[in-house]
Design a protein around this ligand. Sequence first.
Ligand code: NAP
Length: 488
Amino acid sequence: MAETDRERRVIDEVTKGLIIGGSVRDATDQKTFGVEDPSTGAILCDVADASPEDGMAALDAAAAAQADWAATAPRERGEILRRAFELVTERADDIAMLMTLEMGKPLAESKAEITYAAEFFRWFSEEAVRISGEWKVNATGSGRVLVMRQPIGPCLLITPWNFPLAMGTRKIGPAIAAGCTMVIKPASLTPLTILKLADILAEAGLPDGVLNVVTTKSTGKVMGPLITDGRIRKLSFTGSTEVGQKLLQQSAEQVLKTSMELGGNAPFVVCADADVDEAVQGAMLAKMRNIGEACTAANRFYVHADVAEEFTKKLTERMGAMSVGRGTEEGVEVGPLVEADQRDKVAELVDDAVQKGATVRTGGQVPSGQGYFYPPTVLADVPTSARLAKEEIFGPVAPIFTFTEDDEAIRAANDTEFGLVSYLYTKDLSRAIRLSERLEAGMVGLNQGMVSNAGAPFGGWKQSGLGREGGSVGIEEYLEVKYVAMNV
Ligand code: NAP
């Protein structure tokens, strides 16, 4: 339940039905499901619970709108995105409240996500008019090669709960810019933010049927038939590696083009020559952004033995001083985790590390009371056999390991099936370059604790994913290449 008039207004204003072909409709049999406030466990509101037939209706709408949308002038597509960027920015306070209510993160963090999310609309509004091709004379001189890029067609976009807006705009922005229609399925834990965004896009002038929103609890049953229906040409998924692997198997049937933004297990390496205060500052961002519920969250800290105690002490002071509470309250820096299962998994990983010999420097205990809170936790002397050395924690827990040689740190950092991002702190330029080159990750934060940037290619190596979002390559994921062999 919303607790203040403002919270109630923000919830009341959101569309709660399915958005299909520009109309808002109930699900088959009027089925709904509840959206929970993770700080209290109370239900905020109910939204439509789509059936497989509803999912198919959304695909019908996307397929019907595709040809006209692809023929729309790139400038017009760009201007719709630009207007949406402005509307999202103007309404950041209300969207932040909505996001905090359904996801739990503090309002300041929700606002930071909104700024980041809106940047994808601004970036792709500019990219819409820069889709280019190629023209060249054949090697033999007798013919010409014309290369063009065309919208790939209707897309299926599936997003997670941890960044309810940005994971959507990172897909919707390039799809709109490229001239693709889409069906989006937000996470069932946090569907409200995308529903709000869909209304904003309609207000910005997005034609009916270009963006269709399906909320459902029967996710596999509703998504499966869409993935294997030949009309979907592209699946862009952000979520766990486990679900991503299933979707890749399903995508094989239609040989779907896929983008997969999957799990992470980021190492954070602090060399002996690093500026320890800056490393602690970066660690706070890399660890505590989004309450640690980020694919880019630092999962394992490898700190040189010469600076390990200083780093651990300073990080412990900062983490231990953070205020934990309901994200809507003034001054709160750490909200609840998104659900009980997530909180229990974090507690289990900490208990496992402690049983195996780790020392708790701060935190480490589930608090009593309502909501799914877990305190900022620092663990020292962590043995490499601890489960959290291998598994994504997705919570506010910083396990610290030590090393003495660069080779040892790089071997440990790369000893994972994931490869999304790595962080590296060193003041030595040649070490920075050498080690950055050896880290097996799609992104490296060099002397900085955050890499997210709409203008840069975001994505992972190994089991962290396929493809890139953002940057100048981001739009390519939504375009097909066609080559015309010309006999002149
Ligand atoms: P998840 O359980 O994999 O769910 C992600 C999305 O997939 C949700 O919308 C979910 O729907 C849907 N889904 C689940 N099962 C499905 C199925 N059988 N068919 C089709 N869709 C299905 O992940 P999550 O817990 O929401 O998100 C956390 C994970 O996302 C972490 O591993 C994190 O690292 C990763 N992530 C990666 C990036 C990146 O850019 N690499 C960014 C953010 C998060 P329901 O909500 O209805 O279950």
